[in-house]
Design a protein around this ligand. Structure first.
Ligand code: GLN
Length: 484
């Protein structure tokens, strides 16, 4: 087995035992990048030189007998929506094409402090708006399982990088499903933590009340390890929660007895591909046969989740994106006649079609006279959805569903039909509206393409989510790998 194929916990053991060095791990991962990146195109920027410097620092620490973190010397890729000091951060957009941040986002800083080796910045839909990576202003990423298909989005580059072994783990952001959906389509583990658990400081904002950073990993144990270091109160983010930091790896106990699992019928209904549905039903059977108490439940207001999301998210986006005016950041048209001309043409050229569509939707929904009818109403629907989840969690420890209604679709297949594209996140969006945690774990295949099982927990219920995910992973024993 090559080092690039291993998990964080396997590599850490070997590092501590001095069987391998951080330099060797880094060389292995870059040899893989050199071999497959031309086909996958997961990265917007590869930071090879700094990666080797970071690896060298860790090897020196080990040689000096210092204790190292479980993340030390582990190559990780970062979605290009997170600011990295001195390293170009584009957010997949022309308007930030040459933006070099002067500070690093808290989430990335938390991991750098533990000694990760940053391999580079990954491709994404522009400003994280999309479900396929086709909205990147640079190029689409390809799904490692079938290069003609999308990796999902918007964190498609981060998901593909881990699936193709071009990073041991990666970070993504999830506003409506952008970690879980690409994790499902690429056959890796992806988790969106509870809103506020991971600082959003330095995460380029899409929809601030929904955005959350989380990991892509090869297994659930690695997910718990990364989460241990990713979370924490941050005074720079006013929505950051103050809790005593748990050790999530302690939640990984092999026992499902008595755990109550609800299956929301609205997430197993019309619109879910029948083959995906039967793979997920099989996964639920495995949980039930091993001690979990499984029952159907209902979240009646889920029918309105997508509509509410497509008011709230564009409204917040239109406000967040007002700052890209050609004066303060990134791109500016070179030949403007006056200030107004500069603003207008910079934004017209700098933003892509989907971003413009969202800005128009959002400004309309927020305009005087329509504010209450749209934004106000959508917020009320959001409360109803939160109530639905709260009621369900009185009865159940976790809820399960498919992560995505279909497997990976063909590049180009949905690009002309935004509504069809928006439906890709039907199972994941309600979780963001409620601010609760969700994970996607591989649970089988349909026609050679991976399917994800989504496990949803109550607010700050990460430990229960991870425990169920871990048990499923152990029972299911999925070992498939893309053939690249
Ligand atoms: N696909 C959804 C959207 O386009 C979700 C994106 C995300 O989670 N960043 O808004």
């Amino acid at each position: 087995m090559e080092l690039y194929q291993m998990t964080i916990h396997e590599l850490h053991e070997k590092l501590v035992a001095k069987e391998i060095s951080a330099k060797e791990i880094t060389e292995s991962v870059f040899s893989r990048i050199d071999k497959v990146e031309d086909k996958v195109k997961a990265y917007l920027l590869i930071t090879r030189d700094t990666a080797f410097e970071q690896a060298k620092d860790i090897d020196e620490k080990i040689a000096a007998g210092e204790k190292i973190s479980p993340l030390a010397g582990i190559p990780a890729a970062i979605k290009d929506v997170m600011c990295t000091r001195g390293v170009r951060t584009t957010c997949g957009s022309k308007i930030l094409e040459n933006y070099v941040p002067v500070y690093t986002s808290t989430a990335v800083e938390n991991l750098l402090r533990e000694g990760i080796v940053m391999t580079g910045k990954t491709n994404m839909d522009e400003f994280a708006m999309g479900s396929s990576n086709e909205n990147s202003r640079f190029f689409p990423t390809h799904n490692p399982w079938d290069l003609e298909r999308v990796p999902g989005g918007s964190s498609g580059g981060s998901a593909a990088a881990v699936a193709a072994d071009e990073a041991i783990f990666s970070l993504g952001s999830d506003t409506g499903g952008s970690i879980r959906q690409p994790a499902a389509l690429c056959g890796v583990v992806g988790m969106k933590p509870t809103y506020g658990l991971v600082s959003r400081y330095g995460l380029i904002a899409f929809a601030s009340s929904l955005d959350q950073i989380g990991p892509f990993t090869k297994d659930v144990t690695d997910c718990a390890i990364v989460l241990n270091y990713l979370i924490g109160h941050d005074p720079m983010d006013s929505t950051s929660v103050k809790i005593d930091k748990p050790d999530y790896t302690k939640a990984l106990v092999g026992d499902l007895k008595g755990i109550r699992i609800g299956v929301p019928k609205e997430l197993m209904a019309e619109g879910i591909d029948s083959q995906v549905k039967s793979v997920v039903e099989n996964a639920i059977r495995i949980l039930a046969e091993n001690g979990a108490l499984v029952a159907e439940t209902s979240l009646p207001n889920l029918a309105y989740a997508l509509s509410a999301y497509y008011i709230i998210a564009p409204a917040e986006a239109s406000s967040n994106l007002a700052r890209f005016d050609g004066v303060r950041y990134g791109y500016r048209v070179p030949d403007a006649e006056d200030l107004m001309d500069m603003y207008m043409r910079t934004r017209a050229e700098g933003f892509g079609d989907e971003v413009k569509r969202r800005i128009m939707l959002g400004t309309y929904a927020l305009s005087a006279g329509y504010y209450e009818a749209y934004y106000g109403r959508a917020q009320k629907v959001r409360t109803l959805i939160i109530n639905d989840f709260n009621r369900a969690f009185d009865e159940f420890d976790v809820l399960v569903s498919p992560t995505s209604p279909t497997t990976a679709f063909k590049i180009g297949e949905r690009i002309a039909d935004p509504l069809q594209m928006y439906l890709s996140d039907i199972c994941t969006i309600p979780v963001n509206l409620a601010g609760i945690p969700g994970i996607s774990v591989p649970c089988g295949m349909v026609d050679g393409l991976p399917v994800g099982l989504q496990i949803i927990g109550k607010s700050l219920g990460e430990e229960m989510v991870l425990r169920v995910a871990y048990n499923f992973e152990q029972l299911f024993g999925w070992k498939e790998k893309p053939n690249l």
